[in-house]
Design a protein around this ligand. Sequence first.
Ligand code: SAM
Length: 290
Amino acid sequence: MLAGMDRDRRGPARPWVGRKQAAKKIARPGAVGWDPVAAWYDQLVGKDGSDYHQHVVLPAAMKLLGPLRGRRVLDLCCGQGVLVPDLFKAGAVAVRGVDASPRLIESAAKRFAAEKRVEFVVADACAEDAAWADGGFDAVACLMAVHDVPDLPAMARNAAKALKPGGEMVAVFMHPCFRIPRQTHWGWDEGRKLQYRRIDRYGVDLEIPITTHPGKGGGTETAFYHRPLATVMNAFGQAGLAVVETEELYSHRRSQAGGARSKGEHRAAREFPMFLALKWVKLPVTPGPQ
Ligand SMILES: C[S@@+](CC[C@H](N)C(=O)[O-])C[C@H]1O[C@@H](n2cnc3c(N)ncnc32)[C@H](O)[C@@H]1O
């Protein structure tokens, strides 16, 4: 969901669309998923990543993954493969990219056609019989997709299944406490001269339609799945993945407005994280549900 990332700055475009109504309109991973917006997303991300990828997401993911010399890595929900070059730079010997969008996988396969150490698979990260999760991976990376999958416990189970015992997983995703499309907004307190973050909803799961770039090859709705922090953490914990490192990541962007507000806006950019980055280790035994 790098796409509508700053959308919530503009305030609520329209009230949240109820689950039933949204379900009719949203592109489903099992059907076409991100395919209708694949060309737009591929162009947005390009070879080197979007602005956020380059300045925040990729550096944080690679820092948490650490050296990958001799490692086999699964790039879960890999999209058009933006992470792949960094994985090889860090020493990975083999990479498997998995994504539900055939078009994004096609773009990835084209981009890395000459690279023999990578393979791309079209598959649903949440499917039950995930043959691609073969238990032979040293590391799993999942960038900007924890909030894009409809069944997080299923995805977490597959990630754990893909890993060798003691293997590590890293994910970077929109911070569930501060970045909820349509439900979180910036506001300005004139009296205190500060920019504040308004959170209208947080404590229940939400399926939020995101319209990607209408008029620029997008216009199709994908779904953003908001889950409270405890729901996210428990999905991975119950899959047998134990958190070993957490980072809250801030936007590198700063207001260009100048004037009276700029101090308050800069402060807010340093106070309210945009992304959450987590690193897990696969436990030897999977805990049962609480
Ligand atoms: C915001 S994009 C991120 C892609 C890539 N990791 C990146 O950082 O550019 C979200 C990706 O999740 C994929 N996705 C969504 N639901 C999925 C599912 N159930 N199984 C596999 N991939 C899925 C989409 O096809 C899309 O490529």
